[in-house]
Design a protein around this ligand. Structure first.
Ligand SMILES: Nc1nc2c(ncn2[C@@H]2O[C@H](COP(=O)(O)OP(=O)(O)OP(=O)(O)O)[C@@H](O)[C@H]2O)c(=O)[nH]1
Ligand SMILES: [Zn+2]
Length: 208
C-alpha cells in the first residue's frame, strides 16, 4: 500500500484525536460562534443552544468512538452454498466535509464477493455510518469503507461507490444546487479483473 493511500485511510482515525476538551470549553466555543455570526448568546432562545450543539456534535461525530472492525467481526459461514456477489444499494448517509464542517448528503453502494464468510447486512450499513460520522472527504470515506471490509472480512473483492451532494458547494462558495459527486474504490478481484468489475457495476446500475 503506498503512502498516499495509507494517509487517506488513517487521516481521521480515532487515535489521531487530540485530548477531549471539557463541556465548558465546548459550550464557550459555541457562544463564540454565535457572537461571530452576529447573535447575542445570552438572549432567551439561545440559552440552551451551546449545550444542544455540543450534544448534537457528539451524535453526528460518534464515528470517532466506533471501530469498523468490531462491527464486521461477527461473521457467518456462507448461507446455503451462496458464493456470489452481495450488493447493498442506496445506503443513505450524512457526513460533514473536513474543509467547511458542513453536511455531505449521499448514498453508498457496497458490494463484496465472499470468500467463505459473510456478515449481517446491517453491519455493512453500520460501517458506512462509522466513517460518515467523522470529518471527511468523499474520496477518503470511499477508500476507508472498502479497506475496512477488505481487511476484516477478507472477501475476494470489495466495490464501494458513493454518490453525494456537498452542501459546501450548494449553501456557500460556488453555490451549485443538486450537483452530485461520484467516487469508487475497488479491491481484490474487482480491481484486477475487468470482467468482474463490469459485472458488479452492471448489478449496481441495474438497481438505479
Ligand atoms: N476532493 C474533494 N474536495 C472537497 C470535498 N468536500 C469539499 N471539497 C472541496 O474542497 C475545496 C476547498 O478549497 P479551498 O479553496 O481551500 O476553500 P474555499 O475557498 O472555501 O473553496 P470554495 O468552496 O471554492 O469557495 C473546495 O473546492 C471544496 O469544493 C471532498 O469530499 N473531496
Ligand atoms: Zn466543504
Amino acid at each position: 500500500m503506498d503512502d498516499i493511500v495509507k494517509n487517506l485511510l488513517l487521516r481521521n482515525a480515532p487515535s489521531a484525536q487530540a485530548e477531549q476538551p471539557s463541556q465548558t470549553e465546548v459550550e464557550a466555543a459555541v457562544r463564540t460562534l454565535l457572537r461571530w455570526v452576529g447573535e447575542n448568546p445570552d438572549r432567551e432562545g439561545l440559552m440552551q443552544t451551546p449545550e444542544r450543539v455540543a450534544k448534537a456534535y457528539k451524535e453526528m461525530f460518534r464515528g470517532y468512538t466506533q471501530d469498523a472492525s468490531e462491527e464486521l467481526g461477527r461473521v457467518f459461514e456462507e448461507v446455503a452454498g451462496y458464493n456470489d456477489i452481495v450488493l447493498m444499494n442506496d445506503i443513505s448517509f450524512h457526513s460533514h466535509c473536513e474543509h467547511h464542517m458542513v453536511p455531505i448528503i449521499g448514498k453508498a453502494h457496497v458490494a463484496y464477493l465472499p470468500d467463505g464468510k459473510v456478515v449481517g447486512l446491517s453491519k455493512i450499513a453500520r460501517v458506512v455510518d462509522i466513517f460518515a460520522q467523522r470529518l471527511q472527504t468523499q474520496e477518503a470515506m470511499t477508500a476507508q469503507i472498502a479497506d475496512a471490509i477488505q481487511s476484516t472480512l477478507k472477501p475476494r473483492g470489495v466495490a464501494v461507490v458513493i454518490e453525494a451532494e456537498h452542501m459546501c458547494m450548494a449553501m456557500r462558495g460556488i453555490r451549485k444546487q443538486g450537483s452530485t459527486t461520484t467516487t469508487c474504490t475497488y479491491t481484490g478481484i474487482f480491481k484486477t479483473d475487468r470482467d468482474e468489475q463490469t459485472r458488479v457495476m452492471s448489478l449496481l446500475n441495474a438497481k438505479r
